[in-house]
Ligand binder design. Sequence first.
Ligand SMILES: NC(=O)c1ccc[n+]([C@@H]2O[C@H](COP(=O)([O-])OP(=O)(O)OC[C@H]3O[C@@H](n4cnc5c(N)ncnc54)[C@H](OP(=O)(O)O)[C@@H]3O)[C@@H](O)[C@H]2O)c1
Length: 346
Amino acid sequence: MGRENHSFKLAVRPEADVVPGKTFKLETSPAPTAEELKDGEVLVEALYLSLDPAMRGWLNDTRSYMPPVAIGETMRGAAISKVLASKSSKVKEGDLVNAFCGWTEVAIVNEEQFEVVELPKGSKVTDALGVLGLTGLTAWTGLEHIGKPKAGDTVVVSGAAGATGSVVGQICKIKGCKVIGIAGSDDKCAWLKEELGFDAALNYKSTSFREDFKKATPDFIDLYWDNVGGEILEMALDRAKFRARFVMCGSISGYNAPGKESKGIRNLFQVTAQRIHMEGFIVFDFAQDYARGRKELSGWLEEGKLKRKETIARGGLKAADQAFLDLFQGKNTGKLLVEIKPYEKA
Ligand SMILES: NC(=O)c1ccc[n+]([C@@H]2O[C@H](COP(=O)([O-])OP(=O)(O)OC[C@H]3O[C@@H](n4cnc5c(N)ncnc54)[C@H](OP(=O)(O)O)[C@@H]3O)[C@@H](O)[C@H]2O)c1
């Protein structure tokens, strides 16, 4: 008998939080095999699945930067995967690829759906999804093209202890900025200050947060990196310097309440009053720069200037839906991954 495969399919569109065991259905089916491969395709086995806040948006049937996942479709996602068989000249059996294979154990992907994993000195396999993957590249490209941090700038980063925010803050420190991180626990704030070298870190769940934010920005903000939207964005608008830059990367506080995040911004007039440059982007916009970004990020990693943390949910693919909910409850520090199968070096 052939191998069994497990995949998470979208069962119902959530109206608020995803509900483990209900939003997605774990299905069992025969795994695809090498005999089914067409030219240019590879058969892969997923090892580490990336969990990203953006995935919540893909569950809504609304206009966005990519179409929603259809009901009954395998949940979309990327995983570091091992090549089991190949009909592509780019890879051979045993190679590692970053495959856009979805929430599944075994899949067939074509050359447009995978990238060969390169592991520069000082890196490990899971970095290909974190600091050297799309989250690290989001930080790098958003700063390179929009934020443009300069020495002496006061930078505020929300979602600072997450995968993207922790890289944003560290790059800004490397560039000589004063960096203030905002995160959801004292432990995360301690990590930002003591290990990553942020100048200050504020816990947005503290009762004194509003006052702390004001005190931490006496000279106002040159650059605000927004990962969360909502009330924290409002506070940042009120502390923006004349001609501040606002990099609009994400708005996680509103993802589980679609539509509410934009209604919540009550002081958008500050964009006009302070002539703020506010720009949104999607990392794919800068795909032509990934190689340059990876080179710089891996150099900093090797030199020890860039640190990273990851939170790995174990228990195989079936741990994915609960872990995905955990992302919205701030249970991760750094990049959140699901270990589908541990990586064993050949
Ligand atoms: N534009 C792009 O191309 C692009 C690419 C990648 C990511 N993003 C965006 O970047 C942001 C961060 O993504 P990531 O992958 O790096 O995830 P992440 O920051 O590693 O994880 C999400 C974090 O968000 C925080 N959070 C959850 N609910 C929140 C709320 N209501 N208010 C404030 N913080 C909340 C939690 O930390 P706390 O404990 O601090 O609450 C959680 O750990 C997201 O908005 C995402 O959509 C955008």
